[in-house]
Design a protein around this ligand. Sequence first.
Ligand SMILES: Cc1cc2nc3c(=O)[nH]c(=O)nc-3n(C[C@H](O)[C@H](O)[C@H](O)COP(=O)(O)OP(=O)(O)OC[C@H]3O[C@@H](n4cnc5c(N)ncnc54)[C@H](O)[C@@H]3O)c2cc1C
Length: 372
Amino acid sequence: MTQYDYLVVGAGLFGATFAYEAAQRGKRVKVIEKRDHLAGNIYTKEEFGIQVHQYGAHIFHTSNKEVWNYVQKFAEFNRYTNSPVANYNGKMYNLPFNMNTFSEMWGVRTPQEAIDKINEQRQEMAGKEPQNLEEQAISLIGRDIYEKLIKGYTEKQWGRKATELPAFIIRRLPVRLTYDNNYFNDDYQGIPKGGYTQIVEKMLASDLIDVETGVDFFDQKDQYLQEFPKVVFTGMIDQFFNYELGELEYRSLKFETETLDEGNHQGNAVVNYTDAETPYTRIIEHKHFEFGKGDEIKTVITREYPADWQRGDEPYYPVNNDKNNQLYQQYQNYAAEQAKNVIFGGRLGQYKYYNMDQVIAAALETVQQEFN
Ligand SMILES: Cc1cc2nc3c(=O)[nH]c(=O)nc-3n(C[C@H](O)[C@H](O)[C@H](O)COP(=O)(O)OP(=O)(O)OC[C@H]3O[C@@H](n4cnc5c(N)ncnc54)[C@H](O)[C@@H]3O)c2cc1C
């Protein structure tokens, strides 16, 4: 047996929050991480004075006051408000769908004019039960917005035609009848000044925590399980069990990052490409997350390409449809019998599409269960 109370597999936000709280309670923790850096998918790295979000745009937003106060302990947040812009064949539209979008689309000026226009467009589907995503979107918002701002983007994201995607993917479409481009409705929002990595670094800074990067749990799984009294596992639950009950589905992404010799490339942190022909879904210009901070004559951009997931790829998103959720449930039952000293946590361990605030809340809940 080792001197440690816990082995935490994965130095992402779940693992780090758990390790921090365990150390606060006097427990000794070993953290292993297979990547060569801390922070999992929230990892940011400074280039030319710019915090580059290595695994896609990360905006912290929450209505959970407890979590918002908690995260302030580890970083100071700026007032960044997510207001992405859509580029459809060269024409720009504000997002989320709001009075600016409707005005750009149809020249309407008042909320009533926008409502009348949307209702007129929705008539196309009147009385018909939507059978797929295309019909669902048209029944909610009409053809113009569907064709220009939803269709191409969604088809690229899922790698399938909108007519072949189930209607339930779009249960509702937030429509805002004010001139407000704030993407989120949450009470709190921002980006940590100086990036996200510091949050995890500070969480893991305790003398009671030892961290090793570049170490894959599966290289010595049996030994770890024997040596450590308890394991917190934040990797893929199906991989933990060697896919014995079957494979869960994930979506992956490819990132193409480039440094440009110009101060300001697109004038916004996030520009979505909503046509079907452009192969990427969005371009992130990282310096705008901190209001242009960094090198005045350079900028770093990342193009984001959705990708199918195969074993060996990074599993960025769980695909939470009924089939996968049932399989996950089977793995959970299996874990309760076969892996009694393992806690499965985080986006991959709990197979849930968690945002950062939700993953902190989930880790704090696990801490409550473990220590109270
Ligand atoms: C493209 C993208 C954009 C996002 N944007 C936002 C956003 O704007 N706002 C928001 O709130 N959330 C966003 N999220 C979600 C956010 O990234 C997650 O909520 C959070 O990172 C989850 O933390 P985690 O610890 O569960 O997982 P992870 O960050 O994935 O950490 C798990 C860690 O475990 C390691 N690991 C896995 N298997 C092993 C193994 N066998 N051995 C050792 N280590 C292992 C992995 O390398 C990884 O570092 C986004 C996610 C993605 C992918």
